[in-house]
Structures are given as C-alpha cells and as structure tokens.
Design a protein around this ligand. Structure first.
Ligand SMILES: Nc1ncnc2c1ncn2[C@@H]1O[C@H](COP(=O)(O)OP(=O)(O)O)[C@@H](O)[C@H]1O
Ligand SMILES: [Mg+2]
Length: 291
C-alpha cells in the first residue's frame, strides 16, 4: 500500500501538483492545482500564563474530491487545524490558500459541520436548510428546490415540516449536513460530526456520508477520534502528533473507494470493517497514535 511519511511531499516533489492558476484566458482550469493549500500554517493561542502552541507549522495540499480524515490524540490541535482552514482563526504563521486565494475569514464555500448540530429551534427542518440560500437572497421558489434536493439527499423529505427538536440526534445531524450542503460549499469541513451519536446511528451516518461522497465527490476534511471511522471513510488519513499538532503520517486509504478485495463494489459495512486487510490497516494507523 503506498504511503508517505510526513506530509507536503506531493507539494514538494511533484511539479504537476504545484499550485498553478488558470491565469491564461480561455484555458480550462488546471485540475491538478490543489483546492486547498496550507503553507507553514501554525497557531499559538494567547493564554493567561503566556502562550500555548496548538499547531506546529504544517504544509499540506488537498485536491478536489479527496476525502481526508484527520486523526490524533485528544487535545492535540485537530479542531484548531480545522478552524484555521475554515478561516475562523487566523494563523500565527503561514497561509491557508483556497482555490488560489488566501483565506481571510469564514466563507460559506467552506462549509463546517460540528459535533453538535447547532440548528435554529424556531425554524422547521426545511427552514433550517433554506437558511443559507435565504441569507444569500435566493428567490423563494429556487431556495425551496435547493432545500428539497438536500433534504432528499439526507433522506429527510418526510420531516421537512417538522420542528428540529422533534427529531432524534442522528436526524438533527443530517439536517445540519443538509444545511451546510445547501450553501453548495466546495469543501466540507467536519469536526467529529458523529461524535455525539450512539454507535449504531454513527455507523448509519458514516454510510450516508460515504454514499453522498461516492455520488457527488465533494472534497471533505473530517476530524475524528475514531481510527475505524477514518479507515472506513477516508481516501487519505492524516495522523497528528501530540500537541502541538504535526502531521506524522499521511496514508492512502483504499476502503472508501471499494477496497482492494471488494472489486470496487460497495459491501455491507460491517463486512468491510471485519475484512482482515481492513483490521490490519486500522491497527497500523492506531500504532502511530499509541506509542
Ligand atoms: N480558544 C482557545 N484558547 C486557548 N487555548 C485553546 C483554545 N482552543 C483550544 N485550545 C487549546 O489548544 C489545544 C488543542 O485544542 P483542540 O484544537 O481543540 O484539540 P483537539 O481538537 O485535537 O482535541 C488544547 O490544549 C486546547 O486546550
Ligand atoms: Mg476537537
């Protein structure tokens, strides 16, 4: 299985993947340009007793359609890294570049899904999903069509007119996902999105997310403390060190694409997770964390 220790290698070693813009009019966009680039991005928080380094300088490229899972010990700086990418935090050093442009703050094109769904309780399910398009003044008919499309995608059509507090935790998290997707983000950032769900719901949610990724190939960066979840969902796993976070391993993961022994066809999820090669891969990732 191909693997690369320390990240940023493709940025440094493969000229075809160097950031290149489509600055020549009429030429199609260079599809090998990374969607997201981190150049020496670090973050030090100011705290009462001085400063706390959460993220060491990280250089990293993410390409269109990748499903990147970030794993690492609790408190190592994963959420901080995601917030830097989202633009909620400004890096202490370095630059985050999205589609060739430096990130200067939050943007709906970088959609963020949190562990808690943070829905608006005074709105219906559809009202929540329509919220983004409505803020962008998308006409009523059009935004309703957008909302219905994403409610269908997360299988909540029949609950469109329900109040969000009438739904289970898993359903609320699906509304949160639809609400972010309704902004048609070009990158989806997810911070432990299934961390508050029970084990069974969590597995169902993984499959729904994987189905969405397989159908529409969005670019996803998902933080999880579950190595099994990462091994199951990712095309690529980034393993972080203890705080301050560094990327100590950058691993290609085959299972979300169908896996080596599945001939590219989707298999029953528990069967995939029980495959000897899946278990071996999961344990290999775990060894980077448990040292
Ligand atoms: N706003 C903040 N101010 C000061 N320290 C913070 C802040 N947010 C997080 N930290 C600290 O930064 C470190 C990394 O936190 P975080 O990124 O949330 O880790 P993780 O998501 O990997 O558990 C922790 O030690 C945490 O206490
Ligand atoms: Mg966190």
């Amino acid at each position: 299985m191909p693997r690369r220790l320390e990240t940023d290698l493709d940025a440094l070693s493969s000229p075809g993947r160097e950031p290149r813009g489509s600055d020549q009019p009429g030429l199609p966009e260079d599809r090998t340009r990374p969607l997201l680039e981190l150049h020496d991005v670090s973050l030090t928080y100011a705290v009462r007793k001085g400063s706390l380094r959460a993220v060491d300088p990280i250089t990293l490229n993410v390409h269109q359609g990748e499903f990147v899972c970030v794993v690492g010990p609790s408190g190592c700086g994963k959420t901080t890294l995601l917030r830097l990418i989202a633009g909620f935090l400004a890096p202490t050093t370095g630059t985050v570049i999205d589609s060739g442009e430096p990130v200067r703050g939050p943007d709906a094109r970088r959609g963020m899904v949190f562990q808690q769904s943070h829905l608006y309780p005074w709105l219906t399910v559809r009202g929540n999903v329509e919220f983004g398009p409505r803020s962008r003044r998308v006409p009523r008919k059009e935004r309703r069509a957008i909302a219905d499309r994403y409610l269908d995608l997360v299988k909540l059509t029949e609950f469109a007119d329900s109040r969000v507090w009438e739904l289970s935790g898993g359903m609320q998290q699906r509304v949160a996902l639809a609400r972010v997707l309704a902004n048609e983000p070009h990158i989806l950032l997810m911070d432990e999105p299934f961390g508050a769900l029970d084990a069974l719901t969590r597995e169902h949610m993984q499959d729904e997310l994987l189905a969405i990724w397989r159908n529409t190939r969005p670019t996803i960066v998902l933080v999880t403390h579950s190595v099994e979840e990462a091994a199951y969902l990712a095309t690529r796993i980034l393993v972080c060190s203890d705080r301050p976070a560094r990327i100590i391993a950058d691993l290609e993961a085959p299972f979300s694409r169908g896996g080596p022994s599945t001939n590219g066809t989707a298999q029953e999820p528990r069967a995939v997770k029980a495959l000897p090669e899946f278990v071996a891969f999961r344990e290999e990732v775990l060894r980077y964390i448990w040292r």
